[in-house]
Each structure stands twice: as structure tokens, then as C-alpha cells.
Design a protein around this ligand. Sequence first.
Ligand code: FES
Length: 123
Amino acid sequence: TSEENLKVNFINRDGETLTATAKEGESLLELVIRHHLSIDGFGACEGTLACSTCHLIFDQKTFDQLSPITDEEMDMLDLAFGLTKTSRLGCQICMTKALDGITVRVPKDLSDARRDQVEQQSK
Ligand code: FES
């Protein structure tokens, strides 16, 4: 189905709430890109699990409904700035009917694992 009948609210870095419509199966990163949501620095690696800029914080109830985390996501998430117990990477979270209407928080700060690597390599 390509119907945009789901809703996601993003609490942006500055505290402003951005609301976007989503399709089933679409990742939260795809959603942010498609709607051109202005979330600073979000999704720098375009969902290839090479950064952690798509770090999002969920409420516990929503977090419990998310698909299980893979080792690859876990490794990258470990590098995210301001990690919480209910953190995930937005590029790995796909929308389902059960997630309709969720509110996710964008952490105030971000770290880009790729940028850190580049900085280290150039030293
Ligand atoms: Fe880079 Fe998700 S966009 S890990």
C-alpha cells in the first residue's frame, strides 16, 4: 500500500514539533527526506548504518513495539550522542499501523561517526 495514512510527530532539536504523514513500511529517515523536514544534520549516511545522526528517542511504550534491533544498529547506536534506554536509529525504524501517531524526540546534539573517522584519519 502506498497510502499515506499514518502520522509521526518529531520534536525537533529546538523543541518545535514537526508532523509528517507516513506510508506503511517507510523508514523514519525516508519520511524526513521525503517531507524535507528541517532536522539539522539528520541521516547523513542515508541509512547505510555508517553514522548515528538519525538517532531518535522514543517513549517506552513505542520503543517496546519497534522491530528488534540488529547487531549492526546496536554498534552504530553506541556511538550516538546522548544515548538513552529508548534510543534507536531512525533509518532502521519502519512505519507500521501500530506506530501511527507516535511522537519521537530528536536529541539536541548529534555525532556523526563518519565525520569523527574522517577527522581521525586526517590527523
Ligand atoms: Fe546513518 Fe541512520 S542515517 S545510521
